[in-house]
Structure formats: structure tokens, C-alpha cells
Design a protein around this ligand. Structure first.
Ligand code: BES
Ligand code: ZN
Ligand code: ZN
Length: 506
């Protein structure tokens, strides 16, 4: 069902049966014009010298290896067939340089691994990574695992080589660090798998059931509300959006309540398994990537699973609103008035602005729980892509302190997050003539991401510190893979959220 990641372990020396060893290339401290290698074991260096009559560094230099970030050079194997073949990757500068930060280690490991998966006939290969940098074991492990990901479920042939296992070399044992990297990478790749799965295979019922199956093997309690329960509960936004589809909506609720936890965080995710735009139908190109419109739901569910696996002592509730937005005889209309879970009525101005409606119900439920923090994650607006492009998440928040913490978490895990304002005056544009508010400002030009966020704020109860992540751009990469950035679903924001939640532990 899900892409299996290679196994990974922490080791103090490269195992006998290792096939490939990834090491670093840095600039020589004595001579800036020259390169040096970082992490080559002395016995392997001797074998290379025996085989080629020159040092590993000279061999690498003759093959054009450089310390430039992420540049990969594959050396020929040594004569001794039992010894591993070296793969070199530029670490950008000297190991101690400021520009050689941990993010560059994550990217370097991923670039080297990605190059390895392109080599033929390496199925099941054992790869070790030795950068000679004990402080970057987590990043090396994460980069390796994330860079090894390719989505092959729909390929009948020509699958790329799948790496069998990784070992991360460090002087001190780092088992728990490597375990953590594995849990986090698994969560990121779970989001990627969910996003990459086509809308005919992943619709609300299937998505919800898969989430429950995963939760059932953890300490998370999972509840699924089906269309009947949603009708009884008054989930007018989710029901309206799901009305045009033969595949009914679902609301998935994860509850993780570890002993000793003090803080409570509610996560809310947009789970539109396909967004056609409904009666306000999208264009062919606009619709093509819309199987990814459930990335927010996937992110909050996978993050909560990772938090439970890591045993982090924070109460987390995840609410994932799942629906398929289709045009049909039963579809909701522009100008329909819907009643959201918290009782507020909303005039639908555009059936393609469906995300905010399904989020409104979930944010209302979240508000009832009076959490300390509430964060929603959503592929919400094309406007956010116009503002920030496809590699930066838009952050909007009613709390400058929460925003500061989230920006700091994103920075520490190498994700791009940028705060946009949430000006109150935009509420004027959301006034409806016939309902409490309308879902968008039909007449306004610009600020689409801010209007969407301002709309959502009506469903967040007073006193809750709330943040909204608009991941419309970075959740899906319709270009080529690059370092640990995969093609297709990316799993963006999982690592930022895991870091932030870990920080709420005491
Ligand atoms: N799912 C889209 C936003 C989106 C666009 C995500 C491109 C990823 C890539 C969302 O439901 C949508 O269509 N929003 C509209 C809102 C508008 C009608 C007010 C948009 O952004 O155009
Ligand atoms: Zn839409
Ligand atoms: Zn959408």
C-alpha cells in the first residue's frame, strides 16, 4: 500500500558487505584551490591507492570532483571486489564553514542517493554514508531516506533501482537519532504516497480507512464520521462540497493523548481528493494536478502518526476534512447558503473556493476543544502561489509568538515558510447580503490568500492561538526531482510541524 523505505542503522565503521560508500568533498583547508575528502576510512583509502596508484583525492580531482554543493562524482570500484565503491558529493566549503550548514548535508546526502538510484542493476544495494560529521547524522539520515523515494506504484516495468539499506557512520553510536530520522522520513513519504495516488484510487472513504488502519497500530484513537454522521452533526460545509460527487465525504478525527502531556494542539487539514472546481469548473491545466488537493489532510494525519511513534508528550487532535469537489446534477451552486458546524451561515460565491468551506467545519470542531494552539494546513489558494511561488509555504496567524515559533521550526529543518499579513479590514469584503458572511470577495482584485485566511478566522474561537499554512505551491512538484525534493507530492511542512510539536513538550 505504501512505498517501503530502505532500512537504516547507525554504525561506527562501514560493514563488510557494504556495496557503496558515500563520502563528502570539501575545500582543502591548506589550499583553497584544492579539494579534500571527508569521511573516507583509512583502510579503504589504502585499497584505492593500491588499485589506482594515486590517492582518493587525486583520483577524485582527475574525475572533476568538486566541493560544490550537491555535485556527485562516482569513483570506479577498487580492485578488491569486497571493498565498497566510493561515491563523492560536494558539501559546499569546509565542514566547519558556516555555509556548510546542516541543510546542505541533508541535500548532499539526498543528491548522492538520488544519483545512486539512477545507476543500473543496484537493486537491494547496501549504501553507507560517512561524512566525518557527527553533528549532522540526523540530516544525513533524513536526506538519504527522503532522496531514495520514488513513486513506482503505477509502473509495470522500468522501475528505478531500490536501495536495500543505509548505514550512517559516526564516531559515537546515534541509534535514536537515526530512528527519529526514519520516523520523520516515513511520515513525509506517507504524504507523498497519498498525494501521488490518483483520485480514482484515493477518495474520501479509502483515504479515511487507510488513516484509521495506520492509527490503529499506534496509541492514536481514530474516529471516522461518514456522510450520515456528518448530516446529523451539522457539517454543512463538508456536505455541500461533497454533494456533487458519488463518493461521499468523510471527517477523520485522530486523538493522541499521551500521559504527562500538558499542551494541546489541534491540527486541521484540507482533504479534497480531487478539485475540479465544481460548477465553477477549472481549466484542463488548472485541474491536472488537483489530485494533490488533499495534501493538507495527509500532512496533519502523517504528522500525528509520527508524533505518536516518537512518543512526544503533547496532546494532538487531527481533523481531516475529506471530500471530492465535482460538478454534477447534485453539486452545490454558487450563491447557495450553507450552515457551518458552529452555526454561522455562508454564501458560496464560487464552488472552486471549496477548501475554506470544509476547513470551516473542522476549525469549528477544533475550537470546541479549546486547544492551546490550532494549525490548519491546506492547498488553499492559487493566489498564494502567485505571491510566493512553488517552494515557499504561506503562513498567516493571529499570534505573532506562534508565528515566530513556526518560522523558527521551519528554518531549523530547512523548509521555506514566509509570513503574510492577516488584516482585519478584509472582513468588510466578506460581508454577504443574505448570509452571515460570504466565502470570498468576488469583486476584489488580489490578496486571495489573505481573504481565504481571513474567512477561516471566523471559525476559530477567541483566545485560541491559530496559524494557517497555505501549501498550494510547495505541496506538489510538477517538475523534476532535485536533492530530497521529490517529483509529485513533496510532503512539505511535516518536518516543520514535527519540530514545532516537539518544542511544545514541556
Ligand atoms: N485547490 C485550489 C487552490 C490551488 C490552486 C491549489 C493551484 C494548488 C494549485 C483551491 O480550491 C482553489 O481553487 N482556490 C481558488 C479560490 C478562488 C475561487 C477564490 C483559487 O485560488 O483560484
Ligand atoms: Zn478549488
Ligand atoms: Zn481546492
Amino acid at each position: 500500500m505504501f512505498t517501503a523505505l530502505p532500512s537504516i542503522e547507525s554504525v561506527q565503521s562501514v560493514s563488510q558487505d557494504t556495496n557503496l560508500l558515500i563520502v563528502g568533498v570539501v575545500t582543502d583547508t591548506a589550499d583553497e584551490q584544492k579539494i579534500a575528502t571527508s569521511g573516507v576510512p583509512t583502510d579503504l583509502a589504502a585499497k584505492y591507492l593500491d588499485s589506482f596508484g594515486i590517492s582518493v583525492t587525486d583520483l577524485a580531482e582527475s574525475l572533476g570532483a568538486s566541493a560544490e554543493k550537491c555535485q556527485v562524482t562516482v569513483l570506479p570500484p577498487p580492485a578488491d571486489k569486497s571493498a565498497p565503491q566510493l561515491v563523492l558529493v560536494g558539501l559546499a566549503g569546509k565542514p566547519s564553514d558556516e555555509n556548510s550548514n546542516n541543510e546542505s548535508i541533508r541535500r548532499a546526502a539526498a543528491s548522492a542517493v538520488r544519483a545512486v538510484t539512477k545507476l543500473p542493476g543496484l537493486d537491494g544495494v547496501k549504501v553507507a554514508i560517512s561524512f566525518g560529521l557527527d553533528e549532522a547524522v540526523l540530516e544525513a539520515a533524513e536526506g538519504a531516506l527522503l532522496g531514495s523515494y520514488t513513486f513506482t506504484s503505477y509502473l509495470s516495468e522500468d522501475k528505478p533501482s531500490a536501495i536495500g539499506s543505509f548505514e550512517i557512520v559516526s564516531t559515537e553510536p546515534a541509534n535514536s537519532v537515526v530512528e527519529k530520522a526514519k520516523t520523520v522520513a516515513e511520515a513525509v513519504c506517507r504524504v507523498r504516497d497519498w498525494v501521488n495516488t490518483t483520485a480514482s484510487d484515493l477518495y474520501p472513504e479509502v483515504f479515511a480507512n487507510q488513516a484509521k488502519e495506520l492509527a490503529d497500530s499506534t496509541a492514536i484513537n481514530c474516529e471516522i464520521l461518514d456522510e450520515k454522521a456528518l448530516a446529523e452533526g451539522g457539517f454543512g460545509g463538508l456536505l455541500a462540497v461533497g454533494k456533487g460527487s458519488v463518493r461521499p465525504p468523510r471527517l477523520v478525527k485522530f486523538e493522541y493523548r499521551p500521559e504527562g502531556a500538558k499542551n494541546h494542539l489541534v491540527l486541521v487539514g484540507k482533504g479534497i481528493t480531487f478539485d475540479t472546481g465544481g460548477l465553477n469548473l477549472k481549466t484542463a491545466t488548472g485541474m491536472y494536478t488537483m489530485k494533490s488537493d488533499m495534501a493538507g489532510a495527509a500532512t496533519v494525519l502523517a504528522t500525528t502518526l509520527a508524533i505518536a511513534d516518537l512518543g512526544i508528550k503533547v496532546n494532538v487532535t487531527a481533523l481531516a476534512s475529506m471530500a471530492e469537489n465535482m460538478p454534477s446534477g447534485s453539486a452545490y451552486h454558487p450563491s447557495d447558503v450553507l450552515k457551518i458546524y458552529n452555526g454561522k451561515t455562508v454564501e458560496n460565491v464560487n464552488s472552486d473556493a471549496e477548501g475554506r468551506l470544509v476547513l470551516a467545519d473542522a476549525l469549528s470542531v477544533g475550537s470546541e476543544l479549546s486547544p492551546d494552539y490550532m494549525i490548519d494546513v491546506a492547498t488553499l489558494t492559487g493566489a498564494c502561489i502567485v505571491a510566493l511561488g512553488n517552494q515557499t509555504t504561506g503562513l498567516m496567524s493571529n499570534s505573532s509568538e506562534l508565528a515566530r515559533q513556526l518560522l523558527s521550526s521551519a528554518d531549523s529543518v530547512g523548509e521555506n515558510l514566509w509570513q503574510l499579513p492577516l488584516p482585519d479590514y478584509l472582513q468588510d469584503g466578506l460581508k454577504s447580503k443574505i448570509a452571515d458572511l460570504k466565502s470570498g470577495s468576488a469583486a476584489t482584485l488580489g490578496a486571495g490568500a489573505l481573504y481565504a485566511a481571513q474567512f477561516l478566522s471566523n471559525f476559530v474561537a477567541d483566545g485560541i492561538e491559530w496559524a494557517h499554512f497555505d501549501i498550494a505551491g510547495p505541496s506538489f512538484n510538477d517538475g523534476e526531482a532535485n536533492h530530497y525534493l521529490s517529483s509529485g507530492g513533496t510532503g512539505v511542512c511535516v518536518r516543520t510541524l514535527v519540530d514545532f510539536i516537539s518544542g511544545l513538550e514541556d
